[in-house]
Design a protein around this ligand. Sequence first.
Ligand code: NAD
Ligand code: DAU
Length: 350
Amino acid sequence: MNLLVTGGCGFIGANFIRFLIDRPDFSGRIINVDCLTYAGNPENLADIEKTHPDRYVFVQADIREPDQMARVFDDYAIDTVCHFAAESHVDRSIVSPDDFIQTNIVGTFNLLEIARNRQGRIKRFHHISTDEVYGSLGHDGYFTETTPYQPSSPYSASKAASDHLVRAYHTTYGLPVTLSNCSNNYGPYQFPEKLIPLMILNAMEGKSLPVYGDGKNIRDWLYVEDHCAAIWEIICRGKEGETYNLGGNCEMENIGLVTMICDLIDAKTGKTSGKPRRELITYVTDRPGHDRRYAIDANKIRTGLGWEPKTAIETGISATIDWYMTHQDWVSRVNTGEYREWIRRQYQAG
Ligand code: NAD
Ligand code: DAU
């Protein structure tokens, strides 16, 4: 397998490459294409690049540029695609939607066109998407694969558009696609703009913890390694043209999650200035169009492919806190933008 991973220097992509590279059921080559936006950090895979020079290649290229991408498909005889690359942060999409349209919609279209023009060679095009395409749930019910799309933010609307394109390329041209729509991920290497790493880092430093609105919005949390296992299962055994919903079976109000993070950090390190970290929680202005509740019915992949989330939330959050505590250098390089200098030295100096 010559596997193209797009966006492999981001949070889930990097975890996926780390998950896959040494698996006994994968002996192929990974070509990681990433244009290195603010969220892309090749340092996340620097060790893999050293230990697997024959099976892991990083190419700095942009999915918005069809010529660059066509060259990658041909130079590396790509036969399988796992497409993560995207602008992923809802708040950024509200402030500045442009890149979301260009990368998430036009970038996905470029990849589909290139794959369509090399059809005989492409065995699988797997598209990574989000539960946010379904919009917001009320008190009851779950998102299934047949829930109508009703995206609320420019981010989720751009992901919805890309999902429709991927399905259309299957229906119209017979491209062998699969899709997965996943709930909120957490774990190592997540950029500290997202709720969990932001709260962990602020709580460790005794800074205030900004909770949007009344803190009662609900998300369904999935440990990133469990997401990676599901993606690999779908690439290997998922049915062409099908969509699989993925979730952690773990609904929590934001306030409950932030409180759990505070209490776990208190237990690991002691209180901050003699006070429990819960006291750092500050309610702030709500996100515009903030979806109230997400909850996933993952029955299709459970019964069809035998996948289930394995990591309990307390275990996953505790491991994630430990990771951020023991990777302070990574954190400070990401926070100061210093990793840009590392990238320049590594990939541009020569
Ligand atoms: P991320 O923001 O951490 O990483 C995105 C990566 O894509 C970065 O490395 C970035 O440099 C790269 N990228 C962005 N634009 C690019 C372009 N034009 N060309 C090449 N590379 C580009 O995102 P993430 O959280 O790892 O999310 C990965 C995928 O999973 C996205 O498609 C997202 O919609 C989806 N998803 C994320 C979650 C979550 O909770 N994080 C949940 C469900 C689905
Ligand atoms: O559901 C899947 C989606 O999960 C992915 O498609 C997105 O790429 C990913 O970013 C994530 O979107 P959310 O908007 O749910 O994640 P975020 O971490 O930004 O916010 C989680 C919840 O926490 C949400 O209800 C908003 C709230 N929040 C977030 C931040 C950053 C706060 O209350 N305070 C904050 O500072």
